[in-house]
Ligand binder design. Structure first.
Ligand code: NAP
Length: 304
């Protein structure tokens, strides 16, 4: 299968491209494509430029698109709402319209943050209530995708992993600060269900193989607090967990509001795939193994 992955220099897109490249023909697209030692073709495009999406699809002729490119910095979206809207809401609709026109399968990436986190355990039927500009624009992106291409797949995810720039995930934040012996804080009242980006590749491959369509929750079936997440990283890597101070998010003064209890019901997707989803604890073990195998050094080298 030929798969076009947008955002192929980012946390999710790069790791997906690397995981899928051995079994598929992968083409990456990013405005700042990585230049060195890439085992897949990467195209440099600003996806917001007029006519670029149609031209890219005509040129690459993929069987499927996994649309990972986004404005994913929650606080930047709060400061620049119009840019966030164009990237997170308009562009997904344009990609869906062009995929529908050319008969290309589409998996669009959304976020667990469409929920306000008051109750947790959300199913795909539960009404979203986004608290931030990022989450509002991502929810509008979901609607734009389905309105242009009802047969598309939209997955609501939460992720962690190693990135080329070493600063794209909470797991990297904990790892690098713990390694440097810096004091850290971890939220005890924010519960989330992240999956390792590398684990998502097999799930997306199966979604495409089974030709699913519709909205799916794709997160770890079990959750933990961000503080517990940091402590587990410290334990795995042999750092002192007492270097992480347990705090409440309200004490922190973040620019954009955060949802507190982002546990999602994943049974719709696991039933459709006929297998359980990986979980955050398996993901953390593999995050450690990837470190031992020099994965983040390999990613950094791709910056050229
Ligand atoms: N990270 C998380 O914890 C998280 C949680 C839930 C959902 N998600 C969703 O998962 C998806 C992937 O997120 P991520 O963490 O991998 O994001 P990321 O690391 O920021 O990667 C996004 C990539 O898209 C590129 N991009 C941005 N604007 C572009 C444009 N106009 N044209 C071409 N490329 C462009 C970025 O390039 P630049 O680096 O040049 O900006 C970056 O390489 C997003 O849809 C995000 O909303 C992420």
């Amino acid at each position: 299968m030929k798969i076009l992955i947008t955002g192929s220099s980012g946390l999710l897109g790069l790791n997906l491209a690397l995981e899928l490249a051995p079994d598929h023909t992968v083409v990456g697209a990013d405005r700042n494509p990585l230049t060195s030692q890439l085992p897949f073709e990467a195209v440099g495009v600003d996806l917001l430029d007029p006519g670029v999406v149609a031209a890219l699809l005509e040129d690459v002729q993929p069987d499927a698109v996994i649309h990972c490119a986004a404005m994913a910095d929650v606080d930047a979206c709060e400061s620049e709402p119009q840019a966030a809207r164009r990237m997170n809401a308009w562009l997904p609709g344009e990609i869906a319209a062009q995929c529908a026109r050319y008969g290309i399968q589409l998996v669009h990436i959304s976020t667990d943050a469409v929920f306000d986190g008051q109750s947790g355990g959300y199913t795909e039927e539960d009404p979203p209530n986004p608290l931030s500009e990022y989450a509002r624009t991502k929810l509008d992106g979901e609607e734009a995708v389905f309105s242009a291409m009802p047969e598309a797949v939209v997955t609501r995810i939460n992720i962690f992993g190693w990135s080329a720039t070493a600063n794209r995930s909470l797991a990297e934040f904990f790892y690098y600060n713990l390694a440097a012996g810096k004091p850290l804080k971890g939220f005890t009242d924010v519960i989330f269900c992240p999956l390792l980006v590398n684990h998502l590749a097999a799930v997306f491959a199966l979604i495409l193989e089974k030709k699913l369509s519709g909205l799916y929750h794709l997160v770890s079936p079990v959750g933990l607090s961000k503080y517990q997440f940091g402590v587990r990283i410290a334990e795995l890597f042999g750092f002192d967990p007492t270097g992480i101070e347990p705090v409440k998010v309200a004490d922190f003064g973040l620019k954009a509001a955060r949802s507190l209890r982002l546990t999602l019901d994943t049974s719709k997707l696991s039933q459709a795939l006929g297998r359980p989803l990986p979980d955050v604890f398996d993901g953390l073990e593999r995050f450690y193994q990837l470190h031992q195998q020099g994965h983040q050094e390999k990613l950094k080298a791709m910056l050229g």
